[in-house]
Design a protein around this ligand. Structure first.
Ligand code: PEP
Length: 247
């Protein structure tokens, strides 16, 4: 899978242009699955362009309640109503700028599954945490917060985890394929310990300065099943190059 996180970028004209450029790049039938995460305001435009294609789309966040007096929030049902199949949860920008906690991310994952969405749960350590040798303990804490909550769930859910080291996001400084592989292998062991069933179908995406020129080396790693792309997903040519590297 290759997913593009547009973050808070673009107006409707940009969404139409970018989606059309991806659709016209000859990636169909799409292998791997290609998913766009535009801002909420562009979901309609993207869905209109992509509705009869293999391209998928999702929201960048949701709130765990189904409806009510939560001004400014969006529910899982609202995302489903926009044709979303996926939702990004726990992105480091949500955790750092908006103070989302592990417990809140877990609650959102539960709500997403309840709504029939596939959550793409982002985890990753900061530069200081890596320097302190705390990468694995941070990943364990973030992943287990979600897995423990799913323990309560009798249905084994469909879930994707994106490893996104914070020091690599938007910095141009990608993790090396070996660093990324080590983190992915660790995350997979955490999931295996919790549920072999979930581990079997779990996709693990790498995110953090993925570009056309480093994607293939990252995707070649055994435990890297694709990428979550930020900045480069706003440039159609670069994004298509990344998708091709995952074919
Ligand atoms: C992201 O925001 O999820 C991301 C990976 O950003 P970038 O590719 O720009 O580092």
């Amino acid at each position: 899978m290759v997913a593009g996180n547009w973050k808070m970028n673009g107006l409707s004209g940009d969404a139409v242009h970018l989606t059309q450029a991806i659709l016209n790049a000859g990636l169909e039938p799409m292998r791997p699955e290609v998913v766009l995460f535009p801002p909420f305001t562009l979901l309609h435009a993207v869905s209109q362009e992509a509705k009869s294609s293999a391209l998928r789309w999702g929201g960048q966040n949701l709130f765990w309640e189904a409806s009510g007096a939560y001004t400014g929030e969006i529910s899982g049902a609202m995302l489903r109503d926009m044709g979303c199949r996926y939702v990004l949860l726990g992105h480091s920008e949500r955790r750092q700028i908006f103070g989302e906690t592990d417990a809140q991310v877990a609650q959102k994952v539960k709500a997403a599954l309840h709504s029939g969405l596939i959550p793409v749960v982002c985890v990753g350590e900061s530069e200081a945490e890596r320097a302190q040798g705390a990468t694995e303990s941070v990943l364990r804490r973030q992943v287990e917060a979600v897995l423990h909550l799913l323990n309560l769930d009798a249905n084994q859910p469909n879930m994707i985890i994106a490893y996104e080291p914070i020091w690599a996001i938007g910095t141009g400084l990608s993790a090396t394929p070996e660093q990324a592989q080590a983190a992915h292998a660790f995350i997979r062991t955490l999931v295996v310990a919790h549920s072999e069933h979930l581990a079997k179908r779990l996709l693990l995406l790498y995110g953090g300065s993925v570009k056309g020129n480093n994607a293939a080396a990252l995707f070649d790693q055994e435990d890297i099943d694709g990428g979550l792309v930020g900045g480069a997903s706003l440039q159609a040519g670069e994004f298509v190059q990344i998708c091709r590297a995952a074919e």
